[in-house]
Design a protein around this ligand. Structure first.
Ligand code: NAP
Length: 492
């Protein structure tokens, strides 16, 4: 923790969060009393310890979700919505503390943490409103005799696994619609950032969510605790946000009981700048798409594909912007770039930049780690990057912008699609026909057209190809927690 004048506030915010497991409406220690440390990535110091849940704790959490399901399913939709609305209000009132907590455990600058709290809370509000609009349909069958009735029923107890990069929003994106739909759940946050999820559980409890509806298990024995839950017939749905390799393992595990699955996986977003683009807007969008969350976002612009006529200008301006960003602890005034999550992340970024440089890339700014304490890497722009360089094919998850050039629309689209990922793409053009060609030609679940940010609680977030399946946000996000039941009615 810092030693500045704010140190006592930081300690108070960390102290204010429960550190135990939340199971069946009760906060309790892990079986065996084990704990796991949570570190501050800007210093490497231990912030606190939380319960280290065991296999038996995971089982108890699923048992609680299973037991709570019938009552929650039958709770009036308005009541479910009102719990979410109260949780939205509590989260919004406590934005400053929750943002500080997130910055301490994850590293992003405070301003960005505030942004994430607003984004996370928006899912609670959106689904509070949606809880009372779950409908079905009624129609006369073709022969005019029978009737067709469809109703939408909650899927049942769910298992949620979330990553460290958006510790609050990746939780509410699942928890919000599940609560609205009448589902119950076991949530396992990433071991590096469990505090935001524990704070969310405390807010939901205060908002009046009955015990057992949302259970939280923190653990260091992730695979051992989660595999039995995925294989357990009491669970009816798995929703996972994280890396593609782990997602693939979980899809395999889910096959055992044909579990309904949503997968929000990795990305390799192309950022296309055509020769007719508004370059001011493209630079502004690039800063958002690349530097949000220190580049540690699945939606992060991973590859900049810029038309050769504007590439030099774009690269020079982007390097100027990134080169002037202040790097430091996220709690410090004016810091725009916090630490990466851990040393392995710094090593990976160093390796990818080294590979690009070995293949002839030019470093316009950055290109090295910063300081010897914490996990900082300088905002970096690489020009003249070989299309085959690893940065163009692997998720960078850091503040590095590799630029390659193209000379035709077809080449741009073909190169943009040359990846196994398909989460999001960004495109800057003022030409309507070109915009449609791009929107229709890109193999991604989302496109930011003249916009560097796509996240929105009312919109369906998700990918195609190895970026996963299923959508979070909007009515589609609620649909992930509902089954359609069809009743064939004989009307004599
Ligand atoms: P990760 O290593 O896949 O971990 C994600 C979560 O899975 C963590 O809670 C982790 O637990 C858990 N996990 C790891 N191994 C597991 C196993 N064998 N069984 C069950 N759970 C397991 O990913 P990450 O590094 O935290 O997050 C970054 C990745 O998430 C990137 O690839 C990013 O693109 C992706 N992401 C995607 C989206 C999207 O919406 N598409 C959003 C955000 C992030 P531990 O904490 O115990 O390791």
């Amino acid at each position: 923790m810092s030693s500045g004048p704010d140190a006592s506030r930081e300690a108070a915010v960390v102290d204010g969060v429960p550190k135990q497991l939340y199971i069946g409406g009760t906060w309790r220690d892990a079986g065996g009393g084990g704990t796991l440390d949570v570190d501050d990535p800007s210093t490497g110091d231990v912030l606190c310890a939380v319960a280290d849940g065991t296999v038996a704790d995971g089982d108890a959490a699923l048992a609680a979700a299973h037991a709570a399901f019938p009552d929650w399913r039958d709770t009036a939709p308005r009541e479910r919505g009102e719990v979410l609305r109260r949780a939205f209000e509590l989260m919004t009132e406590r934005t400053d503390d929750l943002a500080l907590l997130m910055t301490l455990e994850m590293g992003k600058p405070l301003e960005e943490s505030r942004g994430e709290i607003a984004y996370a809370a928006a899912f609670l509000r959106w689904y509070a409103e949606e809880a009372v609009r779950i409908d079905g349909r009624f129609t006369t069958s073709e022969n005019g005799k029978g009737r067709i009735l469809t109703m939408r029923r909650p899927v049942g107890p769910c298992v949620f696994i979330t990553p460290w990069n958006f510790p609050m929003a990746m939780g509410t994106r699942k928890v919000g619609p599940a609560i609205a739909a009448g589902c119950t759940m076991v949530v396992k946050p990433a071991q590096q950032t469990p505090l935001s999820m524990l704070a969310l559980a405390a807010i939901l409890e205060e908002a009046g969510l009955p015990g057992g509806v949302c259970n939280v298990v923190t653990t260091h024995s992730t695979a051992e605790v989660m595999a039995p839950l995925i294989a357990d017939p009491r669970a009816r749905k798995l929703s996972f946000t994280g890396s593609t390799p782990i997602g693939k393992k979980l899809i395999e595990q889910s096959a055992e009981q044909v579990l309904r699955v949503s997968m929000e996986l990795g990305g390799n977003a192309p950022f296309l700048v055509f020769e007719d683009a508004d370059l001011d807007a493209a630079i502004e969008g690039a800063l958002m798409a690349k530097m949000r969350n220190i580049g540690e976002a699945c939606t992060s612009a991973n590859r900049f594909l810029v038309h050769e006529a504007v590439a030099d200008d774009f690269a020079r301006r982007l390097a100027h912007e990134l080169g002037s960003m202040k790097v430091g602890r996220g709690t410090e005034e004016g810091v725009r770039v916090g630490p990466l999550i851990d040393e392995a992340a710094v090593d990976k970024v160093t390796e990818l930049v080294g590979d690009a440089v070995d293949r002839g890339a030019q470093v316009l700014t950055g290109g090295e780690r910063v300081g010897d304490r914490g996990h900082f890497y300088a905002p970096t722009v690489l020009a003249g990057v070989d299309p085959d360089a690893r940065v163009n094919h692997e998720e960078i998850f850091g503040p590095v912008a590799p630029i390659t050039t193209f000379s035709s629309d077809d080449e741009a689209i073909e190169r943009a699609n040359d990846t196994e990922y398909g989460l999001v793409a960004y495109a800057y053009t003022r030409d309507l026909a070109r915009a449609f060609k791009v929107m229709e030609g890109l193999d991604t679940g989302m496109i930011g057209l003249n916009q560097g940010l796509v996240s929105n609680a009312g919109a369906p977030f998700g990918g195609v190809k190895q970026s996963g399946f299923g959508r979070e946000g909007g009515p589609e996000g609620l649909g992930e927690y509902l089954e359609t039941r069809y009743v064939a009615m004989n009307v004599p």
